[in-house]
Design a protein around this ligand. Structure first.
Ligand code: ATP
Ligand code: LTN
Length: 327
């Protein structure tokens, strides 16, 4: 039997190349060897304020981009979190087993709540419990995510273990899978900050639907430093980030890349990088146009995805309720 892989993406902001290189591209390649489930996590999106009209459109747009990036609805289950109510139900039950102390250690909450002060929602604090429910409902073995989500997957694993210790074998223990290269793509404008969809400054990120000219202009303006030589040096975060993106897309080794740019400057790297990014996104953008040409297509895929996910989730939820003595 194939192992189960589950991962999710929040339909907020734009899909940038950080999300693509750090996570989505791995979901696509894992479809061959794993039983794969990909979820557009709209309930997570509302942990911070959202415009309802934009949110609904984004859910479809994100699903379309995942399909265009290579998620195959025949081989993977692609669905929207709020279409399967078991996610909310299990999140509540898990809430009652996850100690406050564990949640208080979550670094993402600490970072995100600084900006919102007292207005921060209880949902944002509880975000990892809902994420644990997403993962545990499907007897997930592996969770491919970027570096920033590792702590959340570990909390899901700890929650599963705690529940199993109290009630006996109930949940499969999931493991995070973090890529060796590209687990944390940095902002082009500020290479000390993670490239983020909620960070909307012009020149911060490259969106999957950016035109070739926009991509070229953003990369040429990317923040670097005053050195000249093009080498992988982590103490020069700007150039290191550009080289990392180049490395992932071309699949070349570090030494090979350094010798390609020996005697050349940052400008040469930027020009070459812009072209490889344009070329990797070109077919994806073309597929996105085809997919969205039929307005009913994405909705039909999401409906069928929820129909496939629901019975799996309901079965786990029933097992949990039985153990806890509910109903
Ligand atoms: P944001 O910072 O925009 O709020 P996020 O990480 O919270 O982004 P998602 O879009 O849900 O939001 O992330 C989808 C996947 O992409 C996750 O596995 C996440 O770890 C990964 N990811 C997001 N940004 C990056 C990045 N800059 N580098 C590598 N992986 C990333
Ligand atoms: N919190 C994740 C999105 C997410 C997720 C999941 C990822 C929600 N539920 C379950 C993996 C498994 C993020 O990237 N911001």
């Amino acid at each position: 039997m194939k192992k189960r892989v589950f991962s999710g993406i929040q339909p907020t902001g734009e899909i940038h190349i950080g999300r693509y290189l750090g996570a989505i591209r791995h979901w696509v390649s894992m479809q061959d060897n794993y039983d794969s489930i990909i979820c557009v996590v709209d309930l997570h999106a509302i942990t911070v304020p959202q415009d309802p009209r934009l949110l609904k459109g984004r859910i479809r747009e994100f699903a379309g981009l995942l399909l265009a990036a290579g998620i195959d609805a025949e081989r993977s289950i692609l669905f929207v979190q709020s279409h399967v109510s078991a996610h909310s139900e299990l999140a509540w039950i898990l809430n009652c087993f996850i100690p406050m102390g564990w949640m208080q250690r979550m670094t993402q909450f600490k970072e995100k709540s600084v900006k919102q002060k007292e207005q921060v929602s209880v949902g944002l604090f509880d975000y990892p419990a809902l994420m644990a429910a997403d993962i545990l409902l499907y007897d997930t073995d592996v969770v491919p995510v970027g570096e920033d989500q590792k702590q959340h997957v570990e909390l899901a694993r700890d929650a599963a273990q705690r529940f199993n210790n109290i009630y006996g074998e109930t949940f499969v223990l999931p493991e995070p899978v973090i890529p060796d290269v590209g687990a944390r793509i940095m902002g082009l404008d500020d290479p000390n900050k993670k490239m983020s969809g909620s960070e909307m400054g012009v020149g911060h990120s490259i969106a999957l639907l950016d035109s070739p000219d926009v991509i070229r202009s953003k990369i040429m303006k990317a923040t670097t430093d005053s050195h000249r030589d093009v080498v992988f040096d982590e103490s020069r975060p700007g150039i290191f980030n550009l080289l990392t993106i180049y490395q992932i897309i071309t699949g070349e080794g570090k030494k090979e890349i350094e010798s390609r740019f020996a005697g050349k400057g940052y400008g040469d790297l930027k020009k070459a990088l812009a072209e490889v990014v344009v070329e990797v996104l070109r077919p994806l953008q073309e597929r996105y146009r085809q997919i969205t040409a039929d307005p009913g297509h994405i909705d039909a895929i999401l409906k069928s995805g929820a129909e496939k996910a629901r019975p799996l989730a309901v079965r786990t939820l029933a097992r949990v309720k039985e153990k806890v003595g509910l109903g």
